[in-house]
Design a binder for this molecule. Sequence first.
Ligand code: SAH
Length: 323
Amino acid sequence: MERLDAFMARANATYYAARDPYADFTTAPEISQSFGEVLGLWAAVVWQMMGAPDPVILAEAGPGRGTLMADALRAIGRAAPAFRAALRLHLVETSPRLRALQAGRLPDAVWHDRIEDLPAGPLLLLANEFLDALPIRQFVRRGAGWTERHVESGRFVELPAAAPDLDAAEGEVVELGEAGRALAAGLGARLAAEGGAALFIDYGPEHRAPGDSLQALRFRAPSDPLSEVGTADLTAHVDFSAIAAAAHAAGAATQGPVPQGVFLARLGLPQRTDALARGKSPAQAAALLAGARRLTEPHAMGRLFKALALCHPGLPELPGFAG
Ligand code: SAH
């Protein structure tokens, strides 16, 4: 028997080491090249706000196929050559399989297993759909008390537990993302001490409420999260308020969360996509515009996905968060 967070950590480590996750799901950088381009320019503007430190660490957590960073670096090279020259590229990735894919597109990168392993100094960190893969715990309200979910032979087993920090009705689930909170605390302390900013884009509600958000995707369809360990991507909604609170407590400032659609519109993603579409065939132009709409429209990915920045308290309002 394993506590749910231990199960989830083991299942995802197995999954990312062995499978092609993009057979099971797609992500914003794979939908539109404009996504990585505008995030690259976001980093270039924040670097200026930081006083243009040279060298500076540009890092990504969970870079997948390396698409976001390849698109970001192309845009940075064109629009911000001084930033391109100053940046040192670092990637945080545990999967050897994905590291090999990333190395094909980002040969100059240095890899690390954990964000804590990044070298010291001013930092710009990007992370898309990284926090949702971190393990969570789940508690269930039972009568006057609580149980915690464990996993045994593909089924949940509930054991008596201490109360979580959120109340719920009988039988309801309350989630606790301890790994995400610890990560935010460590990163917040580092940003406060050494400068920089971290941009997290992920999905989850703005305000935490009871509910079971554990999800497994296999070949783009929901599947049972507990069966066949390591054959599906396990995710949970990100608790943005808890991430922000942990970073604050460690001395960092936070900005957002802002819905992804609003954030990308403020960064000029629609205009960038229009520019790309000019001169393309009608079919190619339509595909580019459809991709941009999927990322920004509220009923698609524009509202459930959100952007949250952790940063040094001395920084002004960052691009995309003003408004
Ligand atoms: N950001 C990419 C990939 C998202 S999938 C995109 O938008 O397409 C999640 C990524 O995080 C994968 O690269 C996976 O291998 C990595 N990952 C998951 N858990 C991790 C952990 N605990 N530490 C480091 N990387 C992790």
